[in-house]
Ligand binder design. Structure first.
Ligand SMILES: Cc1cc2nc3c(=O)[nH]c(=O)nc-3n(C[C@H](O)[C@H](O)[C@H](O)COP(=O)(O)O)c2cc1C
Length: 170
């Protein structure tokens, strides 16, 4: 039987969401799935995949444009396959204790794609972050890396398990 192929597409400005996508992709590979990890704007053909994980950094309460565009552009194909979504940005790790709902517009994307689940992960905001507003935010509150690789990988493991059990039932 051929390997299950998963696309992990992301939109990231300062690379921390790209790294989360890579952690998910590595976990899927560890579990025997095939995974491509790609910036959302570079992913052109989703029909080659059995499932898609799409994630974006959250800026000013919104997903980045590339992630939104990906969701709109490939909606028809995505509706035919299992899709998981994640957002990253929180400056705390509270998502580990209880689920944090997505921003309103992201919830709408989840509905439009019939997504299996949306997860909110902690983000990273450090001195190297690009943009004037990043400096301003860092002046107002704590900076740091609030991502938890174990939490992210555990979610990747759940996705792998779900896909494998679906395949076994077919
Ligand atoms: C200007 C600015 C606005 C931000 N707005 C939000 C926000 O509304 N909600 C949120 O959860 N995080 C927000 N963040 C935090 C980022 O989402 C976080 O730093 C994220 O990890 C960045 O991802 P990236 O490294 O992939 O670009 C903001 C950060 C900056 C610099």
């Amino acid at each position: 039987m051929s390997l299950l192929r998963v696309l992990v597409a992301y939109s990231s400005r300062n690379r921390s969401t790209a790294e989360i996508a890579a952690w998910i992709g590595e976990t899927l590979r560890d579990r025997g799935l095939e995974a491509d990890i790609t910036a959302a704007e570079k992913a052109h053909d989703v029909t080659r995949y059995d499932a898609v994980v799409l994630g974006s950094a959250v800026y000013a309460g919104r997903w980045r444009r590339d992630a939104k565009r990906f969701a709109a552009l490939h909606r028809r194909q995505l509706l035919r396959m299992p899709v998981w979504l994640f957002s990253s940005g929180r400056r705390d790790t509270s998502g580990r204790e209880e689920p944090i709902p997505p921003p309103r517009r992201v919830a709408r994307i989840a509905r439009r794609l019939g997504a299996e689940e949306h997860r909110t992960f902690g983000g990273r905001l450090t001195d190297g972050a690009r943009g004037v507003l990043a400096g301003q935010l860092l002046g107002e509150g704590p900076g740091g890396d609030f991502r938890d690789q174990q939490e992210v990988s555990a979610w990747g493991g759940d996705i792998a398990a779900r896909l494998r059990s679906e395949r076994a039932r077919v």
